[in-house]
Design a binder for this molecule. Structure first.
Ligand SMILES: *[C@@H]1O[C@H](CO)[C@@H](O)[C@H](O)[C@H]1NC(C)=O
Ligand SMILES: *[C@@H]1O[C@H](CO)[C@@H](O)[C@H](O)[C@H]1NC(C)=O
Ligand SMILES: *[C@@H]1O[C@H](CO)[C@@H](O)[C@H](O)[C@H]1NC(C)=O
Ligand SMILES: *[C@@H]1O[C@H](CO)[C@@H](O)[C@H](O)[C@H]1NC(C)=O
Length: 363
């Protein structure tokens, strides 16, 4: 009897607390009701962009239908609309891995999402790619998680916390001494052989806690695959009519090459803006990377952990320490437009692949 009474009291207290919380916390009140109403129209395709400029290019695209419905939460604006009948929710992540990871997780936690498309700009460290080209990598990695090795230690020495399994030497390293200009230019100077006190940085896998895996059991991943079906569908984008992609910002200022869409093996991200050609060559040699940016790996890792299909469509807007700064500046908005064009075409292909319920709604 006493047990029953205390259980009842517990339930009553929980209910009262819940009501109280409902009255005070925005997410539980009006916003939560709006989110619930929106989700009745889902699942949506989630679209994550880098900036307001890029978002507006999509919202102004002739194939985009605005539902005139947005939900604001945690400093983000989630905008609802349709692309050729597919219901989408669009959100700006801002740049950096942290902002992008937070935004993607919010998108996946708040809304019923069937898959995620991330589009925007990247640099290229692959010399065969040009400004204005649009790339779709099959794998993404976060290459900014490092162990910075102490001076005089080398590949034969264990890393800190290697024994406990926190870090490993399997992905390899970058040795600062290899980048002394005298070494690179092959000049025979004894002092060029001197070591560099910055020594080596060792690349590490990300730590992930996938949904539906053993709780709180850490897993590791470096190369996160995009959804195989999405990647297969994206094959058709490689033969996209080149007329659809922009080549000129005005009649006298055109790209030297006609932009192309290509699926590429890998892209990589870190919260580092790389404008250094030597590091670019390193990334391309070591990891066979094409596009390099500051956000895609966060989308990849969030979707991977939540087991949501995703794909990333990045237009090349600079050549990472190669090429002219003027080109990067004058063709940035053209590249952004090309990433939007390819994103819209991808949604159309997805739509052909699987007919979903189209249509406007209001909340
Ligand atoms: C959204 O608002 C614009 C401008 O007021 C209007 O032209 C359009 O029809 C509206 N769309 C929907 C789906 O309500
Ligand atoms: C998660 O696990 C549950 C129970 O085993 C299963 O029904 C569900 O399909 C799983 N979800 C995903 C996305 O794997
Ligand atoms: C890839 O996406 C498709 C379409 O949503 C889905 O059916 C499939 O399960 C996904 N594959 C993986 C490995 O998540
Ligand atoms: C097609 O749509 C259905 C219903 O929304 C979904 O269950 C299924 O996973 C989709 N398949 C693909 C390949 O997208």
């Amino acid at each position: 009897m006493a047990a029953l009474i205390s259980k009842l009291l517990f339930l009553v207290t929980l209910t009262l607390l819940g009501l109280n919380y409902n009255a005070n916390a925005e997410i539980r009140g009006k916003t939560q009701r709006k989110i619930n109403r929106a989700n009745r129209y889902g699942p949506f395709l989630g679209i994550v962009t880098q900036s307001n400029f890029q978002k507006n290019l999509l919202l102004e695209h002739p194939s985009f239908t605005s539902y005139n419905e947005t939900i604001e939460f945690a400093g983000r604006v989630f905008t609802f609309g349709g692309i050729s009948g597919e219901r989408v929710v669009v959100v700006v992540s801002g740049s950096s891995l942290i902002n992008t990871g937070i935004t993607t997780q919010l998108l996946l936690s708040l809304f019923r999402i069937k898959g995620v498309i991330h589009y925007g700009l990247a640099g290229s460290v692959d010399p065969s790619l040009h400004i204005g080209d649009v790339t779709i990598p099959q794998f993404w990695s976060h290459s900014g998680l490092w162990v910075w090795q102490r001076f005089l230690d080398g590949p034969q020495n264990k890393l800190p916390l290697e024994d406990s399994g926190d870090f490993s030497r399997k992905l390899g390293y970058l040795k600062f001494a290899d980048y002394a200009v005298y070494v690179l230019e092959g000049l025979d100077r004894p002092d060029a052989r001197l070591d560099n006190s910055l020594n080596n940085i060792w690349f590490q896998e990300e730590r992930v806690y996938p949904f539906n895996s053993t709780l709180e059991e850490r897993e590791r991943i470096f190369w996160v695959p995009v959804n195989a079906t999405y990647y297969e569908i994206a094959n058709d984008l490689e033969s996209l009519d080149s007329e659809l992609l922009e080549k000129c910002v005005n009649p006298t200022n055109c790209l030297a090459t006609t932009p192309e869409v290509s699926r590429v093996p890998t892209g990589t991200s870190a919260s580092i803006y790389v404008d250094n050609a030597a590091f670019g060559v390193f990334l391309n040699d070591k990891f066979n990377v094409g596009p390099v940016d500051m956000d895609s790996a966060a989308v990849a890792l969030a979707c991977h952990q939540q087991k949501k299909p995703f794909i990333i469509i990045k237009a090349i807007s600079d050549l990472v320490g190669r090429g002219s700064v003027e080109d990067a500046n004058s063709f940035g908005s053209l590249a952004a437009k090309n990433s939007v064009t390819v994103t819209v075409e991808f949604v159309k292909l997805l739509q052909e692949f699987n007919v979903s319920r189209p249509g406007v709604f209001s909340l």
